[in-house]
Design a protein around this ligand. Sequence first.
Ligand code: MLT
Length: 388
Amino acid sequence: MQINLAKRLGKLPPYLFAELDRLKKEVQAKGVDVISLGIGDPDLPTPDYIVAALKQAAEKPVNHRYPDYEGLESFRAAAANWYQRRFGVSFDPKTEVCALIGSKEGIANFSTAVIDPGDIVLIPDPGYPVYFSGCTFSGGEAYFLPLRKQNGFLPDLGSIPLEVARRAKLLWVNYPNNPTGAVADLSFFKTAVEFCLRNDIILAHDLAYSEIAYDGYRAPSVFEVDRARECAVEFHSLSKTFSMTGWRVGFVVGNPTLVAGLGKVKTNTDSGVFQGIQEAAIAALEGGDDTLRQYCATYKQRRDVMVTALRDLGLACDAPKATFYIWAEVPKGYTSASFSERVLKEAGVVITPGSGFGNGGEGYVRLSITIGTERLKEAAARIKALKL
Ligand code: MLT
């Protein structure tokens, strides 16, 4: 029998980080000690108090049953309280917060809730690949917004043609930004909210990296802007903030109609987050700011080591104010792909080609500093030995 997969799968490349993983394993299988600066997966462990909370929660039989679909009320209240403390904005935990199996799940499913075939989705380029996956699975039409160095890697919303804006249903933004490490201030979010309200466009903000910040930088929430609640949702993840990538837990806050729409997709496709993990996530959201400060100090030290090393190698890059990504220009004579390939094959170092995040990422590579300083230094030394 001939098996034909759905045509929509043909519209997507293999998932960027699954592909990098495959290439890494291929090189490892040849006996190479591979250093991965690929996926943004913190090496710093989930803090002890969170692990302890999971151990306790795992013992409770009530947590072995199906979870509440939209998340435990106590989890949603903890998320709302965290927002109040962190950004000074309040949400009704019952209608304006929903638990997610990691923000990736929510981001992918959000398109199913709001996009009909033919709707335009405004997507940053380069950008986190899942914005495009969700759009494609829902039959949407992507309109890419270039993020250029000269604009501080912010999209120029004013350059979107009127007929595109009229047909657009959803705008994705993400600051602190993956992959560029760029940040946006409140005036950018104000412009984005005004643009969306003027054009009847839903604004989705991916705030996964808000807490990984340096040099006194404090990332804002889109909800610090007046009237954002009329058009926006914001996705937050515990993955990066609390080193919990493997736990799969996050949440969405914002406009109650949009939150309910995503909730409807989810009740029909998944059965929520394991309640033991939600209880541990409550412990995370309610405490531990000291550990987080310490983790950011560690990332900052690594950032400084890596930025210095890259500049010594002649690779231009900014020191990011937030995120654990360094967005560096490739040397002359290389594309993103050819440079990443050479670095992997000849130096045994995984870096992510900028073009994997969209055509707008061509000419760049992304390095994730989610490994220890000594290994970072070794990675830099191996790249240096290539004599670029
Ligand atoms: C990244 O490294 O950009 C992502 O966080 C990985 C992912 O979510 O798949």
